[in-house]
Design a protein around this ligand. Structure first.
Ligand code: ADP
Ligand code: MG
Length: 481
């Protein structure tokens, strides 16, 4: 059977405000349990929430970045359910009047085509606390530090048709929220989590099939794998003539399978109603326009600028603007080196090799942008050649100092003195008399092929330090006799 997969995503992005959505408690990660809390976060009856204006600004920034209608009047609603990590008995969220309405964004697929994905809405809501199952002598503890941390839930239209498209979409959202500086994007710490809605339909059928929702997947790789396994599971059921049960499932990366968690709840189950403790938020057009006019540069715009300002290829510009941290690092190297093309090559080439080998992000690089720029300056002014620069980078990565310090300490300066180079070439010619004779007896084509051998010998004699630009003409002259 030929199935078409349909995917819609709900992404929870934790907004990087200093304090919580409805209280003045800090949002910092890793504090002692229940220390980042006020009466509001603990769910004490009668404690009144106070809305965080900064979270509002961040949500409007996101809305502007994805071409969305901004909800000029938005309303907080209570989503009622019981869970130990939610002492109030409801989550304050938004239902009928979200802060961000319909929008869209364009994603670039591997084959270079651009696909538009609809944004249904994005709303503000508070996070819940956390159950701690360790170290409590068989009991479970509740940590309310995360309670009332601001989240922006970003809901997409069911527009994606493959795991690859879904991953490209999540990467784009990740890139946008980190460029905007409204979320740190740290998926391992849970700052961005993803619910994947997925269904199959026979190719050519208009109507959507029944979907399942895979909750809380927190890495790009797991998103892709969870989708593949869920497609397979649903296809097996459908091909056996069975029916998909609409339910919430969990992805287990160790077993690479999804498991049923609970049957799908309906919006009605939550008895949503407008929160009587919070007034509707009324925005002025001036407030919204001002935010839209002052948005920072977004990934697409940055890639375009890299192409026009630095003459980078589309591919290079795409890679170097993929994350804000990468883009900032590259631009700093380019500035320090005074050569953007060289900077692009080294950041994407040699430096990335070290990062990949050690599984590090650009922000964790052993070599700072300024240090790498300093190394590239020494290639540019012919102090060292590209090959020597690779060994200097290795020493820099190992913490042996700046490029200049390493070049000095190891005596790696390139030899450009023509007298010294001529002497070295003489030595090579004397030591290889037979090859020289053969060279002189050959035609020009053959000679061109043989020159590499002599060049290699000179490089060996100079321990890689001879400047090839100086060696070539002298070598040619002396070989021809
Ligand atoms: P709920 O409120 O139950 O989470 P929504 O209607 O808000 O449901 O949809 C949630 C997400 O599911 C959206 O991202 C939407 O695009 C996606 N979705 C809806 N129907 C389907 C379907 N048949 N197949 C795949 N995804 C779907
Ligand atoms: Mg949902």
């Amino acid at each position: 059977m030929n199935w078409e997969v349909v995917i819609g995503l709900e992404i929870h992005a934790q907004l990087s405000t200093q304090s919580k959505l409805f209280s003045g408690a800090a949002t910092s990660f890793g504090a002692e349990p229940n220390t980042n809390t006020t009466l509001v976060d603990l769910g004490m009856p009668g404690a009144l929430p106070v809305f965080n204006k900064e979270a509002l600004r961040m949500a409007v920034m996101f809305g502007s970045a994805v071409n969305a209608e901004i909800g000029m009047t938005s309303v907080f609603a209570r989503k009622n359910y019981f869970y130990p990590d939610l002492p109030k008995g409801y989550q304050t969220s938004q239902m009928d009047h979200p802060i961000v309405g319909k929008g869209f964004l364009d994603i670039t697929l591997d084959d270079g085509t651009v696909k538009r994905v609809g944004i249904t809405r994005a709303h503000l809501e508070e996070d819940a606390g956390k159950s701690l199952h360790e170290d409590f002598h068989g009991m479970t503890g509740i940590d309310l530090n995360r309670s009332s941390t601001p989240l922006l839930e970003i809901v997409s239209e069911p527009d994606m048709r493959s795991a690859k498209e879904a991953v490209a979409y999540v990467k784009m959202i990740h890139s946008i929220v980190t460029y905007l500086g409204i979320c740190d994007g740290n998926m391992a710490e849970g700052s961005m989590r993803c619910d994947i809605n997925i269904s199959l339909r026979p190719k050519g059928q208009e109507e959507f099939g029944t979907r399942t929702e895979i909750k809380n997947v927190n890495s790009f790789r797991f998103i892709e794998r969870a989708i593949y396994t869920e497609i397979e599971r649903q296809a097996d059921i459908l091909e056996d003539g069975g029916k998909i049960v609409q339910e919430t499932r969990l992805y287990d990366p160790d077993k690479d399978e999804t498991r049923s968690m609970r049957s799908k709840e309906d919006a009605n189950d939550y008895r949503y109603f407008p929160c009587p403790d919070l007034l509707p938020i009324e925005l002025t057009q001036e407030y919204v326009d001002d935010i839209a006019a002052n948005l920072p540069e977004l990934p697409m715009q940055k890639a375009e600028r890299f192409m026009s300002e630095y003459k980078l290829s589309e591919y290079d510009a795409g890679v170097l603007s993929a994350t804000r941290a990468m883009a900032d690092y590259f631009e700093e190297v380019a500035k320090a080196a005074g050569n953007a093309k060289l900077a692009a090559n080294w950041v994407m080439g040699e430096l990335s090799k070290y990062l990949n080998t050690e599984g590090k992000e650009i922000t964790e690089s052993n070599v700072s942008a300024e240090q790498l720029g300093g190394l590239l300056v020494r290639i540019g002014d012919n102090t060292i050649n590209g090959n020597t620069a690779k060994s200097v980078l290795q020493a820099m990565w190992e913490g042996q100092g700046s490029a200049d310090e390493i070049i000095e300490a190891k005596g790696l300066k390139q030899v450009t003195d023509t007298g010294a180079i001529e002497a070295m070439i003489q030595g090579v010619i004397e030591a290889n008399a037979a090859q020289v004779e053969q060279f002189r007896a050959s035609d020009e084509d053959k000679q061109k092929k043989m020159i590499g051998f002599f060049m290699g010998q000179v490089m060996k004699a100079s321990q890689g330090k001879a400047n090839p630009g100086v060696v070539t003409p002298i070598l040619n002259k002396l070989l021809k006799g």
